[in-house]
Design a binder for this molecule. Structure first.
Ligand code: GDP
Length: 200
């Protein structure tokens, strides 16, 4: 019911933010989405919001990386963090981005949860560990969302869930429940929606 309410209002793009001073007023709860580039973040956000063209898959290396704010009705912000893990991204841009990310994660009082997207075919990798550690240090509760689960079979699914659970043990900020999703098939989307809607 709350999920329906959440998306009853229009889902709109608010703004792209490149500095803390650009953040919209902290007048509602928000969740953020993080994940290595190509993990399926844009597809998931589009599935979640029921919009086709909302999240742009445009995290080109070297491009100015923005924190994109979307309003889910008037109740929540959905915050799309730039994809990480570009081997070829210029050092200066990576450093600038990391500084903003740290400031955002530690300084945003209305941030309730980070959803960290992990490709179901790959599990948690070293590059993901970096953000998980940053979330621990920032005391931001995070929840792992497995993406593209339609690409793996049942036994692979069980195996990756075990791998992720094993990786989460050493992260105090981890929320233990893993959300399994497929933007392609719609699996897990309603669960994720309800999670966002019911955060307090
Ligand atoms: P982003 O870089 O994290 O925003 O990733 P995208 O959403 O652009 O997705 C990267 C690629 O994975 C695209 O080719 C998508 O079509 C594909 N993809 C994303 N989600 C799914 C999914 O649930 N299932 C399948 N089979 N492919 C997906």
């Amino acid at each position: 019911e709350t999920g329906r309410l959440l998306f009853a209002g229009p889902v709109t793009f608010v703004k792209g933010v490149v500095a803390m001073s650009g953040l919209p007023p902290a007048d509602r709860l928000e969740v953020c989405f993080a994940g290595r580039s190509n993990v399926g973040k844009s597809s998931l956000i589009n599935a979640l919001t029921g919009r086709k063209t909302l999240a742009r898959a445009s995290n080109t290396p070297g491009r100015t990386q923005e924190i994109n704010y979307f309003a889910l009705g008037e109740e929540r912000y959905l915050v799309d963090l730039p994809g990480y893990g570009f081997a070829e991204a210029p050092v200066a841009i990576v450093a600038k981005w990391q500084a903003l990310l740290k400031q955002y994660l530690s300084g945003r009082a209305t941030l309730r949860r980070a959803f960290v997207l992990i490709d179901a075919r790959h599990g948690v990798k070293a590059v993901d560990e970096e953000i998980l550690t940053l979330l621990d240090r920032s005391a931001v509760t995070f929840q792992v969302v497995l993406t593209k689960v339609d690409k793996i079979n049942r036994s692979e699914r069980a195996a990756v869930i075990e791998q992720v659970k094993g990786a989460l043990v050493k992260h105090p900020a981890a929320y233990p429940e893993i959300v399994v999703t497929s933007s392609e098939k719609g699996e897990g989307i309603e669960t994720l929606r309800a999670l966002i809607a019911t955060l307090e």
